[in-house]
Design a protein around this ligand. Structure first.
Ligand SMILES: NC(=O)c1ccc[n+]([C@@H]2O[C@H](COP(=O)([O-])OP(=O)(O)OC[C@H]3O[C@@H](n4cnc5c(N)ncnc54)[C@H](O)[C@@H]3O)[C@@H](O)[C@H]2O)c1
Length: 270
């Protein structure tokens, strides 16, 4: 398969690209390197430096590559920053993303995998969370991802763009070559490792939060990129593989992650 990966120079994208290449797919990475790193792009992938806010650029990139599928990781992803600068989040994660969707429609892309977030759920009504819970985001980051999911539903219904959205959180882990290297690091595991390496004095935990699931998710160190690749196989192949991928995810993921994905063939996303 010919796969176009936005955000493939970032943390999860870079490992996912490596997994895709290992599985025999050909990959083009599209990234503006605002947060990602050129050195994190697997040398076997084709790299296009660019920003999808540039409608003409993303259109010509998709038109040139003619991918069978797009995996969309590129986004701004700092919850705290989204509370002080919501415009940045709605502009990049929603408005600019529409350029990518339009390019997919124009050039006949039929498969789309979206890196959404558990933040679309907001404060959960029960624990462990599952997919049936209402999506009520409590910050612009989560809201921007939910908006994009809803836009995707309309593009599926009106343009036939099949999609799957992952609503996960606390991604952790790395491959031997690629891993987490955010310029501003807000995630627990890399910050703990920085303390161990003497690069940071201490890590402060918000002890008011009761987050057993978060701890469980982190402690399993499940490589999110593997998860993406498995689901990708399910998406681009036929339903038997989809079923396998779904089984794999259910078996491997912590309860709060199990039902993160929703197939576009089923009912419209909540
Ligand atoms: N890390 C997590 O725990 C986690 C959890 C749930 C969801 N997600 C989502 O997964 C995706 C990847 O997360 P990550 O931790 O790898 O983030 P990341 O910041 O490492 O990667 C995002 C990449 O997108 C690129 N990018 C951003 N805006 C762009 C634009 N307009 N045009 C081109 N490139 C652009 C950045 O340069 C960066 O390389 C994000 O969409 C994030 O919201 C992450």
């Amino acid at each position: 398969m010919n796969v176009f990966v936005t955000g493939g120079a970032g943390y999860i994208g870079s490992v996912c690209v490596e997994e895709l290449l290992e599985a025999g797919h050909s990959v083009t990475v599209f990234d503006n390197l605002s947060e990602g790193h050129r050195s994190a792009v697997d040398p076997r992938a084709t790299f296009i430096a660019g920003d999808f806010s540039d409608r003409a650029l993303i259109d010509s990139a998709i038109g040139r590559v003619k991918p069978d599928a797009v995996i969309h990781f590129a986004a701004h992803a700092l919850v705290g920053e989204s509370m002080t600068n919501p415009s940045k989040y709605f502009r990049n994660n929603v408005a600019s993303g529409i350029n990518l969707l339009d390019a997919c429609v124009t050039h006949g892309v039929r498969k789309f995998v979206f890196s959404s977030t558990c933040a679309t759920y907001g404060i959960p009504e029960k624990m462990p969370m599952d997919e049936s819970l209402p999506q009520r985001p409590v910050n612009p980051y989560g809201e921007s991802k939910l908006m994009f999911e809803r836009i995707l539903s309309w593009y599926r219904d009106l343009h036939g763009l099949e999609f799957v959205a992952f609503r996960y959180f606390n991604a952790a882990g790395a491959s031997a070559r690629f891993g987490e290297h955010h310029r501003i690091e807000t995630h627990l595991i890399p910050n703990i490792l920085k303390v161990a390496l003497g690069q940071k004095a201490q890590v402060e935990l918000n002890t008011n939060l009761r987050t057993p699931e978060a701890t469980q998710a982190s402690s399993r160190l499940m490589p999110p990129a593997t998860l993406f690749r498995k689901y990708f196989d399910g998406l681009v192949m036929d339903s038997p593989t989809s079923a396998l991928a779904a089984k794999w995810m259910t078996a491997s993921a912590p309860a709060s992650l199990t039902t993160a994905a929703k197939w576009s063939r089923s009912a419209r996303s909540p």
